[in-house]
Design a protein around this ligand. Structure first.
Ligand code: S5P
Length: 260
Protein backbone atom coordinates (compact mmCIF):
# COMPACT_ATOMS: atom_id res chain seq x y z
CA UNK A 1 0.00 0.00 0.00
CA UNK A 2 1.54 3.29 -1.03
CA UNK A 3 1.16 6.66 0.55
CA UNK A 4 1.50 9.00 -2.39
CA UNK A 5 1.66 12.22 -0.44
CA UNK A 6 4.82 14.07 0.54
CA UNK A 7 5.50 14.98 4.17
CA UNK A 8 4.59 18.64 3.55
CA UNK A 9 1.17 17.55 2.26
CA UNK A 10 0.65 15.23 5.18
CA UNK A 11 1.51 18.07 7.60
CA UNK A 12 -1.60 19.86 6.31
CA UNK A 13 -3.95 16.94 7.02
CA UNK A 14 -2.47 15.84 10.35
CA UNK A 15 -4.73 16.49 13.35
CA UNK A 16 -2.32 16.23 16.30
CA UNK A 17 -0.15 19.39 16.40
CA UNK A 18 3.09 17.48 16.96
CA UNK A 19 2.40 15.31 13.91
CA UNK A 20 2.13 18.50 11.85
CA UNK A 21 5.32 19.82 13.38
CA UNK A 22 7.26 16.62 12.71
CA UNK A 23 6.06 16.31 9.09
CA UNK A 24 7.09 19.91 8.45
CA UNK A 25 10.41 19.46 10.22
CA UNK A 26 11.25 16.41 8.09
CA UNK A 27 10.29 18.19 4.88
CA UNK A 28 12.38 21.28 5.64
CA UNK A 29 15.40 19.58 7.25
CA UNK A 30 15.28 16.71 4.74
CA UNK A 31 15.76 13.93 7.23
CA UNK A 32 13.58 11.02 8.33
CA UNK A 33 16.19 9.56 10.66
CA UNK A 34 15.46 9.16 14.38
CA UNK A 35 18.20 8.02 16.73
CA UNK A 36 17.67 5.92 19.87
CA UNK A 37 20.19 7.30 22.37
CA UNK A 38 20.18 4.27 24.66
CA UNK A 39 23.16 5.34 26.76
CA UNK A 40 23.23 5.28 30.55
CA UNK A 41 25.28 8.40 31.23
CA UNK A 42 23.83 11.86 30.68
CA UNK A 43 27.02 13.40 29.25
CA UNK A 44 27.32 10.56 26.74
CA UNK A 45 23.79 11.27 25.53
CA UNK A 46 24.42 15.00 25.29
CA UNK A 47 27.67 14.39 23.37
CA UNK A 48 25.85 12.10 20.96
CA UNK A 49 22.99 14.61 20.53
CA UNK A 50 25.44 17.42 19.84
CA UNK A 51 27.39 15.40 17.29
CA UNK A 52 24.45 13.93 15.32
CA UNK A 53 21.80 16.59 15.99
CA UNK A 54 22.19 18.13 12.53
CA UNK A 55 21.28 14.78 10.89
CA UNK A 56 18.11 13.77 12.73
CA UNK A 57 14.44 14.71 13.06
CA UNK A 58 13.94 13.00 16.43
CA UNK A 59 16.11 11.89 19.37
CA UNK A 60 14.60 9.02 21.33
CA UNK A 61 15.38 8.58 25.02
CA UNK A 62 14.85 5.93 27.68
CA UNK A 63 15.10 8.42 30.52
CA UNK A 64 14.93 5.71 33.22
CA UNK A 65 18.19 4.01 32.13
CA UNK A 66 20.31 7.10 32.91
CA UNK A 67 22.37 6.48 36.05
CA UNK A 68 23.28 10.08 36.86
CA UNK A 69 19.95 11.69 35.86
CA UNK A 70 19.02 15.10 37.22
CA UNK A 71 16.94 17.96 35.84
CA UNK A 72 19.97 19.73 34.35
CA UNK A 73 20.01 16.92 31.80
CA UNK A 74 16.64 17.98 30.40
CA UNK A 75 17.53 21.65 30.01
CA UNK A 76 20.86 20.72 28.39
CA UNK A 77 19.12 18.34 25.96
CA UNK A 78 16.45 20.93 25.16
CA UNK A 79 19.15 23.48 24.30
CA UNK A 80 20.80 21.04 21.88
CA UNK A 81 17.41 20.12 20.41
CA UNK A 82 16.54 23.73 19.67
CA UNK A 83 20.02 24.50 18.32
CA UNK A 84 19.90 21.54 15.88
CA UNK A 85 16.12 21.52 15.33
CA UNK A 86 15.05 18.04 16.38
CA UNK A 87 12.23 16.74 18.61
CA UNK A 88 12.55 14.71 21.81
CA UNK A 89 10.80 11.34 22.04
CA UNK A 90 10.60 9.57 25.41
CA UNK A 91 10.06 5.87 24.75
CA UNK A 92 8.26 5.17 28.05
CA UNK A 93 5.84 2.55 26.65
CA UNK A 94 3.05 3.42 29.08
CA UNK A 95 0.67 0.50 29.56
CA UNK A 96 -1.38 0.93 32.76
CA UNK A 97 -4.88 2.27 33.48
CA UNK A 98 -5.61 5.91 32.70
CA UNK A 99 -5.35 7.14 36.28
CA UNK A 100 -1.91 5.54 36.77
CA UNK A 101 -0.42 6.65 33.45
CA UNK A 102 -1.50 10.20 34.24
CA UNK A 103 0.76 10.10 37.32
CA UNK A 104 3.55 8.37 35.40
CA UNK A 105 3.37 10.98 32.62
CA UNK A 106 3.11 14.13 34.73
CA UNK A 107 4.72 13.28 38.09
CA UNK A 108 7.57 11.33 39.61
CA UNK A 109 11.26 12.03 39.10
CA UNK A 110 11.02 12.60 35.36
CA UNK A 111 7.88 14.70 34.85
CA UNK A 112 7.84 13.49 31.24
CA UNK A 113 4.90 15.64 30.11
CA UNK A 114 6.96 18.78 30.72
CA UNK A 115 9.62 18.01 28.10
CA UNK A 116 8.76 15.06 25.84
CA UNK A 117 7.37 16.00 22.42
CA UNK A 118 6.10 12.44 22.00
CA UNK A 119 5.79 9.25 24.07
CA UNK A 120 5.03 5.60 23.30
CA UNK A 121 1.88 3.89 24.58
CA UNK A 122 0.76 0.26 24.58
CA UNK A 123 -2.98 -0.16 24.06
CA UNK A 124 -3.26 -3.39 26.01
CA UNK A 125 -5.31 -1.69 28.77
CA UNK A 126 -7.86 -0.40 26.26
CA UNK A 127 -8.51 2.97 24.65
CA UNK A 128 -9.44 4.70 27.93
CA UNK A 129 -5.68 4.90 28.64
CA UNK A 130 -5.72 7.94 26.34
CA UNK A 131 -7.81 9.84 28.89
CA UNK A 132 -4.81 9.73 31.23
CA UNK A 133 -2.69 11.75 28.79
CA UNK A 134 -5.15 14.48 27.81
CA UNK A 135 -4.07 17.08 30.39
CA UNK A 136 -0.34 16.41 30.05
CA UNK A 137 -0.33 16.53 26.26
CA UNK A 138 -1.86 20.01 26.30
CA UNK A 139 1.22 21.43 28.07
CA UNK A 140 3.33 21.35 24.89
CA UNK A 141 0.99 20.18 22.13
CA UNK A 142 2.68 16.79 22.31
CA UNK A 143 1.59 13.50 20.79
CA UNK A 144 1.21 9.79 21.52
CA UNK A 145 2.74 7.01 19.45
CA UNK A 146 0.80 3.75 19.75
CA UNK A 147 2.70 0.48 19.45
CA UNK A 148 0.91 -1.33 16.63
CA UNK A 149 3.73 -3.78 15.90
CA UNK A 150 7.10 -4.55 17.46
CA UNK A 151 10.45 -5.47 15.95
CA UNK A 152 11.25 -8.27 18.36
CA UNK A 153 11.02 -11.99 17.71
CA UNK A 154 7.73 -13.51 18.88
CA UNK A 155 6.02 -10.12 19.30
CA UNK A 156 2.38 -10.44 20.27
CA UNK A 157 1.46 -7.09 18.70
CA UNK A 158 0.18 -8.80 15.55
CA UNK A 159 -3.00 -9.50 13.63
CA UNK A 160 -6.20 -8.34 15.28
CA UNK A 161 -4.27 -6.53 18.02
CA UNK A 162 -2.47 -4.47 15.38
CA UNK A 163 -5.81 -3.64 13.75
CA UNK A 164 -7.20 -2.52 17.10
CA UNK A 165 -4.22 -0.21 17.66
CA UNK A 166 -4.73 1.38 14.26
CA UNK A 167 -8.40 1.89 15.07
CA UNK A 168 -7.48 3.39 18.46
CA UNK A 169 -5.16 5.83 16.67
CA UNK A 170 -7.75 6.74 14.04
CA UNK A 171 -10.35 7.34 16.76
CA UNK A 172 -8.09 9.61 18.84
CA UNK A 173 -6.22 11.79 16.38
CA UNK A 174 -6.10 14.84 18.61
CA UNK A 175 -3.88 12.89 21.00
CA UNK A 176 -2.30 10.24 18.78
CA UNK A 177 0.33 11.51 16.34
CA UNK A 178 1.41 8.19 14.94
CA UNK A 179 2.28 4.52 15.22
CA UNK A 180 5.30 2.40 15.96
CA UNK A 181 5.08 -0.31 13.32
CA UNK A 182 7.06 -2.48 10.92
CA UNK A 183 5.04 -1.81 7.77
CA UNK A 184 2.36 0.49 6.36
CA UNK A 185 -1.03 -1.21 6.35
CA UNK A 186 -3.99 0.12 4.38
CA UNK A 187 -5.88 1.35 7.45
CA UNK A 188 -2.92 3.52 8.57
CA UNK A 189 -4.09 6.90 7.38
CA UNK A 190 -1.83 9.58 5.93
CA UNK A 191 -2.27 11.91 8.89
CA UNK A 192 -0.36 9.51 11.19
CA UNK A 193 3.45 9.39 11.38
CA UNK A 194 4.78 5.84 11.01
CA UNK A 195 8.01 5.16 12.87
CA UNK A 196 9.99 1.92 12.59
CA UNK A 197 12.69 0.60 14.93
CA UNK A 198 14.79 -2.50 14.32
CA UNK A 199 16.99 -0.90 11.66
CA UNK A 200 20.68 -1.56 11.08
CA UNK A 201 22.93 -1.96 8.03
CA UNK A 202 25.32 -4.59 9.31
CA UNK A 203 23.32 -6.91 11.55
CA UNK A 204 20.19 -9.04 11.32
CA UNK A 205 19.54 -9.15 15.05
CA UNK A 206 20.91 -9.42 18.57
CA UNK A 207 20.93 -12.17 21.20
CA UNK A 208 17.84 -10.80 22.95
CA UNK A 209 15.26 -11.04 20.20
CA UNK A 210 15.81 -7.81 18.30
CA UNK A 211 15.41 -8.19 14.51
CA UNK A 212 16.91 -5.73 12.00
CA UNK A 213 16.05 -4.57 8.51
CA UNK A 214 17.82 -2.04 6.29
CA UNK A 215 16.65 1.59 5.89
CA UNK A 216 15.86 1.01 2.20
CA UNK A 217 13.70 -2.04 2.94
CA UNK A 218 11.71 -0.26 5.65
CA UNK A 219 11.16 3.07 3.89
CA UNK A 220 10.80 1.83 0.31
CA UNK A 221 9.37 -1.70 0.57
CA UNK A 222 7.48 -1.41 3.86
CA UNK A 223 6.59 2.23 3.18
CA UNK A 224 6.84 3.69 6.67
CA UNK A 225 8.05 7.24 7.29
CA UNK A 226 10.89 7.26 9.83
CA UNK A 227 13.62 4.81 10.79
CA UNK A 228 14.74 4.58 14.41
CA UNK A 229 18.39 3.52 14.72
CA UNK A 230 20.08 2.83 18.05
CA UNK A 231 23.18 0.63 18.30
CA UNK A 232 23.87 0.94 14.57
CA UNK A 233 24.81 4.56 15.28
CA UNK A 234 25.71 5.07 18.95
CA UNK A 235 27.90 1.96 19.15
CA UNK A 236 29.79 2.87 15.98
CA UNK A 237 33.26 4.34 16.52
CA UNK A 238 32.19 7.32 14.38
CA UNK A 239 28.53 8.01 15.15
CA UNK A 240 28.35 11.20 13.09
CA UNK A 241 29.72 9.59 9.93
CA UNK A 242 27.37 6.65 10.42
CA UNK A 243 24.36 8.91 11.07
CA UNK A 244 25.07 10.68 7.77
CA UNK A 245 24.93 7.29 6.01
CA UNK A 246 21.63 6.26 7.63
CA UNK A 247 20.17 9.69 6.92
CA UNK A 248 21.11 9.50 3.25
CA UNK A 249 19.82 5.93 2.88
CA UNK A 250 16.46 6.64 4.49
CA UNK A 251 15.96 10.04 2.80
CA UNK A 252 16.87 8.69 -0.64
CA UNK A 253 14.45 5.81 -0.11
CA UNK A 254 11.72 8.34 0.74
CA UNK A 255 12.54 10.48 -2.29
CA UNK A 256 12.42 7.43 -4.57
CA UNK A 257 8.70 6.86 -3.83
CA UNK A 258 6.11 7.75 -6.43
CA UNK A 259 4.33 10.91 -5.29
CA UNK A 260 1.49 12.60 -7.05
O1 S5P B 1 9.22 -2.64 18.48
C1 S5P B 1 10.07 -1.92 18.96
C2 S5P B 1 9.73 -0.68 19.53
C3 S5P B 1 10.73 0.14 20.00
S1 S5P B 1 10.28 1.73 20.49
N1 S5P B 1 11.38 -2.26 18.93
C4 S5P B 1 12.38 -1.47 19.43
O2 S5P B 1 13.55 -1.84 19.32
N2 S5P B 1 12.06 -0.25 20.01
C5 S5P B 1 13.11 0.63 20.58
O3 S5P B 1 13.96 1.04 19.52
C6 S5P B 1 14.01 -0.02 21.62
O4 S5P B 1 13.53 0.21 22.93
C7 S5P B 1 15.35 0.67 21.41
O5 S5P B 1 15.42 1.88 22.13
C8 S5P B 1 15.33 1.02 19.92
C9 S5P B 1 16.10 0.06 19.03
O6 S5P B 1 17.47 0.07 19.37
P1 S5P B 1 18.58 -0.74 18.53
O7 S5P B 1 19.84 -0.52 19.30
O8 S5P B 1 18.17 -2.17 18.48
O9 S5P B 1 18.63 -0.09 17.15
Amino acid sequence: VASNKRFEERAKIAVNPMATKLFNLMASKKTNLAVAADLTNKQEILNLAESIGSEICVLKTHIDIIEDYDQTFISALEAIASKHNFLIFEDRKFADIGNTVKYQFENGVYQISKWAHMVTVHGVAGSAIIEGFKDGLKQNGSGLLLLAQMSSKGSMCVGEYTNQMIEMANNNKEQVMGLICQERLQSMTDNLVLMTPGVQFNSTGDKMGQQYNTPEYIIKEKNTDIIIVGRGIYQNSQPKTEAIKYRAASWNAYESKNFN
